[in-house]
Design a protein around this ligand. Structure first.
Ligand code: TYD
Ligand code: MG
Length: 455
């Protein structure tokens, strides 16, 4: 008889212990351990010895393989993030806050594929079929021949999908609602999520259907359930945005078949998600022209230049320790820029609260934003408005020097295209500019030059 193994599993990271304890030693979280039947069985030796390994054929690396066959989703922004469409037999995990638009995005994607004549299946574990239909109706997609079901049993789902032609795309919304007979734990627990994901992934790899798993996100922004699901899938996409704003950004966190720095930009409208092919125009559309504390950053997201407004508010503090609040940027990066301004440029900021925001809900990861951030900060502090037709980019070093960044020409071209007249950029980037940049260039070697120019 196989003996089932009860153990205590951390609901945050999936680490298992045989005794309960208050803190998970693996991820450091408190009170995350729950008793689960992990389904691990101890087989008696008599059974074990009967199952002998069978040798398999090894292949050479130089063998011929077709290109990973890709299926375009019909949505350019989605294809951009996946790296050119869904790969046969690949598994994608889409994560995001509740209400951000995951179900909407995937309803649209399955409908477009179904309309193009592919078998596309949408399985909802959270909503009834009628609810999914209502949403499709609202999106104007009610005529698309998508196959729908409201089911949560993984065995039933796999059995159903194995009949008839192989689906090209299967959406499981969401993986936390799925359960499999093979383990005892309740749906939503780490063990269930892991086992359900495993069974569904096995189906995808065997049949060649592309599979999309929707994953919920915990308070601290991680995809709930075991991190192992992230390791099991081929790509992890994160759907982000500020709830109050209509912009949504799809970002690849991991991708075995494509780049991880591309973003897809969407706008949530009354008729579903609209693709935004020129994000700069959108991010700058609500620009607050003529107020101090704002600077336009010429950034690069993947292969695409994106212009975005950075906003700073520097105000005298009433607290012993001044506040530093950042949205859309790394708070360590902000601290660094503030420290450099204070240490090398004589800009006193220790008596001020600093609020920093990236407009449009975009998250910036590039160090190239340093110079634009510094310009916005100094502009707010001195109440001196920056020229409205200028863009900024450049990395700031701890010594206060302004360092060159990649893709100078692409940034300048986008700025010129959108009607900007000048760019403030690193002195050393001059060599990267071939011919006429299309706008006037104001190069700075150090942060002190920038501060002197503004004040
Ligand atoms: P949904 O796709 O259900 O989010 P998720 O699956 O990530 O939880 O989207 C829910 C939100 O989107 C809801 O607040 C309403 C809004 N929405 C629109 O604004 N327009 C639309 O056409 C649709 C379908 C939803
Ligand atoms: Mg949903």
């Amino acid at each position: 008889m196989a003996k089932s193994a009860l153990s205590f599993v951390c609901q945050n990271c999936g680490a298992a212990y045989n005794r309960w304890q208050g803190k998970c030693e693996s991820c450091g979280e408190w009170n995350t351990l729950a008793e689960e039947d992990t389904g691990a069985t101890t087989m008696p030796a008599s059974i074990r010895s009967r199952r002998k390994g069978r040798p398999f054929a090894l292949e050479t690396l130089t063998g011929k393989t077709q290109d990973a066959p890709r299926l375009s989703s019909g949505m350019t922004e989605l294809d951009r993030v996946t790296g050119g469409g869904f790969v046969r037999g690949s598994v994608l995990l889409v994560g995001g806050d509740p209400g951000i638009g995951k179900s909407t995005l995937l309803t649209q994607a399955t409908s477009l594929l179904a309309r193009a004549g592919h078998r596309a299946v949408y399985i909802s574990g959270e909503e009834a079929v009628a609810q999914v239909r209502l949403r499709a109706e609202r999106l104007g997609l009610a005529d698309a021949p998508v196959q729908l079901a409201a089911q949560t049993s993984v065995e039933d789902i796999v059995a159903t999908l194995s009949e008839g032609t192989v689906p090209r795309l299967v959406v499981i919304d969401s993986i936390q609602t799925m359960w499999t007979d093979t383990v005892e734990s309740a749906p939503g627990t780490v063990t269930q999520v892991r086992a359900s994901a495993q069974a569904l992934i096995r189906f995808a790899k065997k049949s060649g259907a592309a599979l999309i798993l929707v994953g919920h996100v915990t308070k601290d922004g991680q995809i709930a359930g075991p991190r192992v699901v992230e390791h099991m899938v081929d790509a992890v996409l994160s759907f982000e945005g500020e709830g109050s704003q209509q912009f949504r950004i799809l970002r690849a966190v991991k991708n075995r078949f494509g780049p991880t720095d591309e973003i897809g930009v969407f706008e949530m409208t009354g008729l579903g998600l609209r693709e935004v092919s020129n994000p700069s125009e959108l991010f700058l559309s609500e620009r607050d022209l003529g107020s101090p504390g704002t600077a336009v950053f010429a950034g690069i997201e993947g292969t695409r230049p994106v212009l975005v407004e950075l906003q700073a508010l520097v105000a005298p503090t009433a607290l012993g320790t001044p506040r530093r609040a950042v949205v859309g940027w790394d708070s360590n990066r902000l601290s660094m820029v503030l420290a450099v301004l204070e240490a090398h440029c004589g800009v006193k900021l220790s008596g001020y609260d600093v609020y920093f925001n990236v407009a449009g809900g975009l998250r910036i990861n590039e160090p190239a934003a340093d110079l634009a951030a510094a310009a916005a900060l100094v502009s707010s502090l001195t109440n001196a408005q920056l020229p409205t037709d200028a863009v900024y980019f450049g990395e700031i070093s701890l010594s206060g020097a302004v360092r060159p960044v990649a893709q100078t020409s692409a940034r300048l071209k986008e700025a010129a295209k959108l009607g900007f007249g000048r760019a403030v950029l690193p002195e050393s980037a001059r060599g990267d500019i071939g011919g006429d940049a299309g706008l006037s260039l104001n190069t700075v070697a150090g942060l002190t030059t920038l501060v002197a120019d503004i004040a």
